[in-house]
Write a protein that binds this ligand. Structure first.
Ligand SMILES: [Mn+2]
Length: 337
């Protein structure tokens, strides 16, 4: 890896203008990596731009205090021009051009040398002029820590440290996912020494759930019913719930996982009422084939996670139908054993 560090550093030395981008729906590691690289490159005297497909989520906006990130579609021509005229283009935290969405054509067509820094599997070496890839690393930000220190550890100031820390903390699930190692903690200790406040960072990123989303969750919990000896949980979110709490279907993220967090629950249904249909999420544990069950409702998916959309249906009637179909489904299952 040290060799690619040196090669890429010599490309940076030669470059004047550098554009950075990352994957759609950017997360803490995507944005933290972009800003760590951004502030490092500014110190190297480069002209640097960050252009993304999506705008940043609310809880990460504090990392963009200088309002640096441009959204590609807000000025397609201007941004395409920047991408075309750049000497170097960094793609961070993904190696697939399809994941930079609306920007992929502009980036692929640009004569700039493209460099990928990533920790995901599946990098195609032919897709880039050069790359740093480490699939053992828990975060792209951790790779960039090594990259910047390999140049000069004094480059890590508080701003760079905060962004690297944000990337590492979020991609390790606050230091609990498998690729979290001793090295991860040593790096974070060093980032804290450089000025990062871990309490402040956690608070900004995680203690930031809008109250309307919590009210929607509360409505969902009130709606729960339990069946078949408390092995099945069913929850419903109605169109009215969305209106009451100024929310929409993206705010139910995590609700079906919540169903499955309960001890004796083996299956869960989440019914979400949309203007002219109902969306069902089916979840299960073990060998209960939810994709098979979802087919009754013209849906599909994986064994433990499936989905279906039922047009023009009433959520209460749909729930009754789900329960009666599931009873039949269970009895067929039992008889097969
Ligand atoms: Mn990542």
């Amino acid at each position: 890896m040290d060799k690619s560090f040196k090669r890429i550093r010599s490309e940076i030395e030669k470059a004047n203008t550098i554009v950075l981008t990352t994957h759609l729906l950017p997360d803490g590691d995507a944005i933290g990596s972009e800003f760590a690289l951004y502030y490092y490159l500014l110190k190297k005297g480069k002209r640097v731009y960050i252009i993304n497909h999506n705008e940043s989520p609310d809880h990460l906006l504090f990392l963009d205090e200088d309002k640096v990130i441009k959204r590609f579609r807000d000025d397609v021509d201007g941004n395409t021009k920047l991408i075309n005229e750049a000497d170097l283009l960094f793609v961070v935290d993904t190696n697939e051009y399809s994941r930079i969405k609306s920007m992929s054509e502009a980036v692929k067509n640009s004569p700039a040398k493209k460099i990928c820094v990533d920790h995901h599997q599946g990098l195609d070496p032919n897709g880039y002029f050069d790359f740093i890839s480490d699939t053992e690393s828990p975060a792209t930000s951790q790779i960039l820590y090594d990259f910047i220190c390999d140049d000069n550890p004094d480059f890590i100031d508080k701003k760079i440290a905060d962004n690297l820390y944000a990337g590492i903390m979020t991609d390790t699930g606050s230091f609990k996912y498998p690729r979290t190692t001793e090295k991860t903690f040593l790096i974070c200790a060093e980032l804290i020494r450089c000025g990062t406040d871990p309490v402040y960072m956690y608070d900004k990123i995680y203690n930031n759930v809008p109250t309307d989303k919590v009210k929607l969750l509360s409505r969902f919990i009130e709606s729960l019913s339990f069946h078949f000896n408390e092995t099945l949980a069913v929850g419903t979110i109605t169109h009215q719930d969305f209106l009451d709490f100024h929310s929409d279907v993206k705010d139910v993220e995590g609700f079906s996982a919540f169903l499955m967090s309960m001890k004796n629950i083996k299956a869960g249904f989440l019914i979400v009422e949309l203007p002219d249909s109902c969306k069902i999420s089916f979840r299960s544990k073990g060998n209960i084939k939810m994709n098979e069950f979802a087919r009754i409702f013209k849906g599909g998916g994986h064994m433990n996670a499936a989905g279906a959309t039922v047009e023009n249906s009433d959520p209460r009637e749909l729930k009754e139908r789900l329960l009666s179909e599931y009873k039949t489904f269970l009895s067929k299952h039992e008889s097969k054993r």
